[in-house]
Design a protein around this ligand. Sequence first.
Ligand code: MG
Ligand code: ZN
Length: 371
Amino acid sequence: MRYFLTLFFCTLLTSCHQSSQSIAISSKKNFHSDTTTRPKNIILVIGDGTGLSQISSLEFYKNGQVHYERFPVIGLSKVSSTSRITDSGAAATALACGEKTFNRAIGVDSLGQSIPNIIEFAHTKNMATGVIATSSITHATPASFYAHDESRYHHEMIAKALTQSEVTYFAGSGLQYFNQRSDQNNLLDTLVKKGYTLDTTSLSSYPDAQKLGYLIGATELPKISESRGDFLVQASSLGLRLLEQSDNGFFLMTEGSQVDWGGHDNDFNYMVAELIDLDDTIGTLLDYAIADQETLLIVTGDHATGGLVLAAKDGDYNVIEPKFSTGNHTGDWIPVFAYGPGAQNFAGVYENTEIYHKMIHLLGTEEATEN
Ligand code: MG
Ligand code: ZN
C-alpha cells in the first residue's frame, strides 16, 4: 500500500513540476523531468550562511527579480558535520569531497586523511576548473575544493596547495598568503611558472590566458556596501569566458562568502546586501545555463547563520522586523536549486554529501540512472 501511495504522490508531484516548468521556461528542454541527461559543465554556487530565511528576505528587501525563484527543481540538504552543527570547512568538504568530517577540516576525512575533491576528479577527465569567492581564496569554502588540511586556519599551507592544484581559474582575495609568507617564498612566481596569468589589482580581461588568477587584496575582500562593486558577477563572467573554451567541459564553484559574516554580526543590512549581490550573480549564471543548454547549475548553501526570522514587528503583520537568534551557525535544512541537464537528481531530501555524489555520477563514465 505504501508503494502505491508513494507512486501516486510521485505522479502528482511530477505533473505539478511539469506545469510550472512549462510556464517558466517554455521553449527550453524539460531537463527537470529527465534524470538521465548529462551535463557537459557544472556550476556549483554556494551561499555561505544562506538558509531559507535568508533567501526569503530577498522577496521583501530586493527590488527587482529574485533569481532564486527561477529554478524548476528544488531539494533540501541536511548539513550536519560529524558535529550536529557544521562549520564552513566541514560543510564545504562534504560538497567538494562527499564525506562528513570534523569542523575546521579542509578536504580531509574524519580521521584527517586526504580525500579526493571534485576538482581533482574533473581534472582526470581533462575538464577545466575554477573557484571564486568574495573572501580570501584560502578561506574554508573555496579551500575545500583544492586543498587538504586538518585546519582551515592554515592559510599559508592552503595557498601553497592552490599552487600545487590543477585549478584553471581562481578569483578572490588573500594575496598576503602568497607573497608575504613566513617561509619567504613568493608563490606568485610559482604560479607564473605554472602558466598562470595573474592580476593582483583589478578584474582586467585576459582573453588569451590559458590559466588565470585574480588575487585582489591582502586578506579579505571588502563588503559589497563598501568598495567591492560587482566583483562576484564580473569574476563569474570572466571565469565562464575562460572555462567554456575547454572541449571537455568545466566545473566552476562560485561562493557568496559574506552572507555568513553578516549573519555572524547579526547585521541584517550587511547580510541582505551580500544576498542581493549573490542573487544577481545567480541570475547571470542561470542566464548562461539557459542559453548554453549543456550546463547544470546547482545553487545551495553550506549552512544557515544567525537563526534569522522574519518576524511581524510588535505583532503588526504589515511590518517585518528581521531578528537574529544566535551569532553562530544553525542546523536548518538548506535548499538546493537546480537547472539544466541532470537537475531532477537534486529534488528530494538528502545529506549534503549527496550533492558531491550526484555531481560525480553525472560527470562519470557509467550510465546515468535514476536515483
Ligand atoms: Mg565561506
Ligand atoms: Zn560562519
